[in-house]
Design a protein around this ligand. Structure first.
Ligand code: FEO
Length: 397
């Protein structure tokens, strides 16, 4: 199905209401997603991106109803990842000689994935493609946002920025535009997307935002490749990205733990109580890592000024849901966040120190050696945990 978004520009993507996991099983998509592709029909006809491979046949069938496939003059691939390029092989069976415009890295990506020698045309930032009727596409490389090949394309005259992954969200909707959907849901998915995918590239993103803004291009719409098109105040998501890219933190402390027989859980709850007693204004949230969605918890870590993490000692180390989660945080390269550790033990008691070392390695600033407790916390131990919470509240300031 096609939908007109402005003048001669059409959305020709796919809404994936079914999707619950993305990037294999690595990213939870509770609200599905969309793969947005766009068709521009000026004197020249251009297709921007395609959809994920399982929907290739449906995509090509719908596209053929939107335009005679043989009339497509150019294909622009803003990004070679399979959720956007997956339908290319099916499409190219019909129009094998159509030129594909993309970055040099995208040529490597497409050749590496599909092993085809299509008619690639490499473009760089500032290169233009004349579409006739006084309109042109201007390309802007978005390297490492979030892949080396990522690129955005700007349609002059209509002032539409086709931003690909940037400014997107995994959010299935047939409403198409940012002003037509629930704003809480929308921004929840935007920040989750940023926290889980873009955090490691924040420094690059700061530079790229400055570069794009310095071009002074009027932007009436940001047409992303996932979720909604930003037509109502598209600058709002650019401003959010500028905020998020700047070592973002709110007045929040997040307590994370796993537990075997509830001793470490009791410490978590008492530490949280101590934090709240010392600072009633701070938001304190507690998450058991073994049965909470890790992508959702990453979003909470992204919002936090301090992370307090606990595990009982097992086999001289820590429980694997906690270790796995710290590994995930390390990959995301969080900066400007403090941390503290805790855990119960029965004999050797290494867990707070193991956690401290892991958290330091993940880039967190640890406040001390952590709190450890022999056996289940009695009243006295619970009081110590509360006092530790008070110290955490002070250290987080
Ligand atoms: Fe939506 Fe990087 O693919």
């Amino acid at each position: 199905m096609k939908k007109n978004i402005k003048n001669n520009v059409w959305w020709v993507g796919k809404v994936d209401w079914d999707l619950r996991k993305f990037h294999g099983d690595d990213y939870s998509t509770h609200k599905g997603s969309t793969y947005n592709a766009y068709l521009i029909r000026e004197e020249k006809t251009v297709l921007i991106d395609t959809v994920w491979e399982p929907y290739a046949a449906e995509f090509v069938e719908n596209l053929a109803m939107a335009t005679d496939l043989k009339k497509i003059d150019y294909i622009v691939v803003n990004h070679g990842e399979v959720d956007h390029s997956g339908a290319l092989p099916e499409l190219m069976k019909h129009i094998p000689d159509t030129p594909i415009y993309c970055t040099a890295h995208a040529v490597k990506s497409l050749k590496g994935q599909y092993h085809q020698d299509w008619d690639f045309h490499v473009v760089d930032t500032g290169d233009k493609l004349d579409l006739g009727n006084g309109k042109e596409l201007i390309f802007v490389k978005m390297s490492m946002l979030h892949w080396p090949d990522s690129m955005a394309s700007y349609l002059s005259g209509d002032n539409i920025l086709f931003s690909n992954d940037a400014f997107g969200q995994h959010y299935a909707t047939d409403k198409l535009y940012n002003d037509l959907v629930d704003q809480c849901e929308l921004f929840e998915e935007c920040i989750k997307y940023y926290a889980n995918i873009l955090t490691p590239f924040s420094k690059i993103l700061r530079r790229k935002l400055d570069e794009v803004l310095s071009l002074n291009l009027p932007i009436d719409m940001i047409a992303t490749s996932h979720g909604v098109i930003w037509r109502d105040d598209p600058g709002q998501i650019i401003r959010k990205y500028a905020e998020w890219a700047n070592d973002y933190r709110e007045n929040q402390i997040t307590v994370l733990y796993d537990t075997m027989w509830n001793g470490t859980k009791t410490l978590a709850e008492k530490i949280a109580e101590g934090i709240r007693s010392a600072d009633p204004d701070v938001t304190v949230k507690i998450y058991p890592l073994a049965h909470t969605d890790h992508n959702d918890v990453i979003t909470e870590v992204f919002k936090s000024k301090m992370v307090v993490i606990g595990s009982p000692t097992i086999a001289n180390s820590v429980l694997h849901p906690v270790a796995g989660f710290i590994h995930m945080m390390k990959g995301l390269k969080f900066r400007n966040k403090k941390a503290a550790t805790f855990g119960c033990y029965g004999w050797s008691g290494e867990s707070p120190k193991v956690l401290k070392d892991m958290m330091e390695d993940a880039g967190f600033d640890l406040m001390d050696e952590g709190l450890k407790n022999l056996w289940n916390p009695d009243r006295e131990a619970q009081k110590r945990a509360m006092d530790y919470g008070v110290e955490i509240a002070k250290a987080s300031l």
